[in-house]
Write a protein that binds this ligand. Structure first.
Ligand SMILES: [Zn+2]
Length: 313
């Protein structure tokens, strides 16, 4: 009988789950809108039940459940903070799901799960040490060192989006000013457009009233100077932060994940230029790779962990 794990990538917008065998092959996949209402937990548990039913129907043996969540998770799998999914704040999801379904449950950070998935069977396969930067509604980070996801001694690790890049800069959702996320996330790029419009900068692109990251990307691909400047600013800050991480850890590779990975080529040269300006002399520039597993990385990583993690996130 084939053994599988249920991997769940619980995002602020979408929840994706699937059955993953020990080689990282995704045998069944399902998705639901996460939603923020009071009915979140009943819907989430019914989603898990639906995927588990598929395992039973296919004669697969379920070994455990692994979850990646968008927040700060302690060593016991308790969620200490989840700004993009407040329903999870303070919840012991591991205990709750174990009580409901009876399987062993492992809970970790969502970008750590993406890093684990990419390490196991994605762009990070064969690379011992690398940084993952997830670009989307926020900017998340995951760090793989010696084939293991690095968790540090405290709950929060590799929160690269909250490295401060501008002293007294834009106010972020975290309450601090000048975090990388406020420039390089989708809302950060949209904010750059708003500021440029307020400053009367000329734009060829007809921006709608509400601007989003994908709209800024479309404008940049159409050659709009304001949108290109927004990506240049994001790329410059990303490059500086990447250089600091490289100066500290000596990594050779950065893997970009999340919906913003589609915009990597708009920023690649700016990232490398500002990275070069801030790297210790003689340090090689990193290779910048797009994630290979797309939306499935978080499911596979949550189910199996990184190769050096003994099969668990
Ligand atoms: Zn911050």
């Amino acid at each position: 009988m084939t053994s599988v794990a249920l991997g769940i990538d619980l995002g602020g917008t979408n929840c994706r789950g699937g059955l993953v065998d020990s080689s990282g092959c995704l045998l069944f996949r399902a998705e639901m809108e996460t939603g923020a209402g009071v009915d979140f937990f009943p819907r989430f548990e019914s989603f898990c039940h639906k995927v588990l039913t598929q395992a039973t129907a296919a004669g697969l043996m379920l070994t455990h459940i692994g979850l990646g969540v968008p927040g700060v998770v302690d060593g016991l799998g308790r969620i200490l903070g989840a700004p993009n999914l407040p329903a999870l704040h303070g919840v012991d999801l591991r205990q709750r799901l174990h009580g409901r379904f009876g399987f062993s449950v492992h809970v970790g950070n969502d970008v750590d799960a993406i890093a684990a998935g990419e390490a196991r069977c994605g762009a990070g396969r064969g690379i011992d040490d690398f940084l993952v930067i997830a670009l989307g509604t926020g900017v998340g980070g995951g760090l793989v060192l010696r084939r293991q996801v690095w968790r540090g001694s405290i709950a929060s690790t590799a929160e690269i989006g909250h490295v401060i890049v501008v002293d007294g800069g834009r106010l972020g959702g975290c309450g601090h000013r000048g975090c990388l996320e406020t420039y390089a996330s989708g809302p950060g790029l949209a904010h750059s457009i708003e500021l440029a419009r307020l400053g009367g900068e000329a734009s060829h692109f007809k921006f709608p009233a509400i601007v989003t990251g994908p709209i800024v990307a479309a404008a940049a691909h159409a050659g709009d100077p304001v949108a290109l400047a927004a990506f240049a600013e994001a790329g410059r800050h990303l490059g500086t932060v990447i250089a600091s991480v490289l100066n500290l850890l000596g990594l050779s590779t950065v893997i970009f994940a999340g919906s913003g990975v589609a915009n990597l080529d708009l920023m690649r040269s700016t990232i490398l230029r500002s990275c070069s300006d801030a790297l210790f002399p003689g340090t090689p520039l990193p290779q910048l790779l797009p994630a290979a597993l797309g939306d499935d990385a978080g499911i596979i990583g949550a189910a199996l962990g990184a190769p050096g993690d003994d099969g668990l996130l």
